[in-house]
Design a protein around this ligand. Structure first.
Ligand SMILES: Nc1ncnc2c1ncn2[C@@H]1O[C@H](COP(=O)(O)OP(=O)(O)O)[C@@H](O)[C@H]1O
Ligand SMILES: [Mg+2]
Length: 334
């Protein structure tokens, strides 16, 4: 596969299926046949309701799947190397200097009994061979870059002494301290106040601009994707149901689920617009209905929709949708 600039993608996820181990040894697929590429410098947003498989997809890329959850098939290539088949030691060596992950809740990633400056310095010492002094100075400068006031003093603080917004910045400083080429973010701003959220998003964008890093950004918040990402993948019940460029897809979604997400989300530019919730609930992924998983909630459903899962096909140049009725979605949302 080639990227949009003609070069190879930095990250290529091909037909990834993730399963949950059941007692007795059988696995049930919870993420199925997910494929996407991320080119150098590109910013991909993955959206979908809670439970759609966004976090597991990201964790599979990072090699951080929870216990009992495993990759059943597929490939995850980073810079041409298959992450899933490489030695654990080689994969660990990529985490930090090449690939970094930012989580929703910084306390899960921070060590409560180590000063935050020392935590940021650890990666550069280990991976970049810096002395303690050099790495300590880098930590303070990274903290300054993430907009933490009085960074030299704050570097000596423990995580619990800092606010949620500052802790999230510490985690970002930690993630980018070794200059990764790929940043994986899982709802990094969901727990923050709206104003802090905006600051953190701007910071992530600036860090990517400055270093040319690629971004995969998981969120349930369409406004965040609109602000931060250029490309979009919409997940529903463990499948990608639509993918394309953010602006074009938001203007004219070609999958009823994407359209439903857009119509049910508040639009700050048009607060008077009526919000139309999607009826019903997502299926239990271990027990999907036959055919299209969105069919029971879909306003465009026809009889054949429940025959087989619709394939993800190109419906417009640069746009993929998994819907038999996609041609009927021609309306432009302003
Ligand atoms: N550790 C786990 N054990 C069992 N099931 C899990 C685990 N993590 C996630 N799941 C299930 O997998 C599905 C997808 O989860 P997840 O990727 O966390 O969704 P999202 O991030 O889109 O909200 C959900 O139905 C969830 O219940
Ligand atoms: Mg999640």
């Amino acid at each position: 596969m080639t990227g949009f600039l003609g070069g190879p993608p930095l990250l290529s996820v091909q037909d990834l299926t993730i399963g949950l181990r059941r007692p007795g040894g059988r696995s049930v697929a919870i993420v199925e046949g997910v494929s996407f590429d991320v080119d150098p410098g590109q910013r991909l947003g993955i959206v979908g309701e809670s439970g759609s498989g966004k976090s597991l997809t990201l964790r599979a890329i990072a090699g951080l799947l929870p216990r009992g959850v495993e990759v059943l098939s597929g490939r995850v290539e980073f810079d041409g190397r298959d992450l899933l088949t490489m030695k654990a030691k080689d994969r660990r060596a990529l985490m930090g200097p090449q690939i970094a992950m930012i989580f929703q809740e910084p306390m899960t990633a921070l060590n409560p009994v180590t000063r935050v400056g020392d935590q940021i310095a650890e990666g550069p010492r280990r991976h970049l061979g810096m002395s303690a002094k050099e790495a300590g100075e880098l930590a303070v400068s990274m903290m300054a870059r993430t907009g933490i006031p009085d960074p030299a003093r704050r570097a000596r603080a423990y995580p619990h002494e800092l606010s949620g917004g500052l802790r999230q910045r510490i985690m970002i400083a930690m993630a980018v301290s070794c200059g990764p080429r790929l940043l994986l973010c899982d709802e990094p701003t969901t727990a923050l106040d709206v104003t802090v959220q905006l600051q953190v998003l701007k910071l992530l964008e600036k860090l990517c601009d400055d270093t040319g890093a690629s971004l995969v950004f998981v969120t349930h918040d369409l406004a965040v994707v609109n602000q931060t990402c250029s490309e979009l993948a919409v997940m529903y019940a463990g499948h990608i149901v639509e993918a394309g460029r953010v602006k074009e897809t938001f203007r004219q979604p070609r999958h009823p689920y994407t359209r439903g997400l857009l119509e049910s989300a508040p639009d700050f530019d048009r607060p008077e617009r009526e919000l139309i919730p999607i009826p019903g609930f997502p299926p239990n992924v271990a027990d999907r209905p036959p055919g299209c998983p969105f069919a029971p909630r879909c306003g465009y459903v026809r009889e054949h929709c429940t025959d087989a899962v619709p394939p993800l096909l190109e419906v417009l140049p640069g746009r993929l949708a998994a819907c038999y009725e996609s041609d009927r979605l021609v309306e432009v949302l302003v």
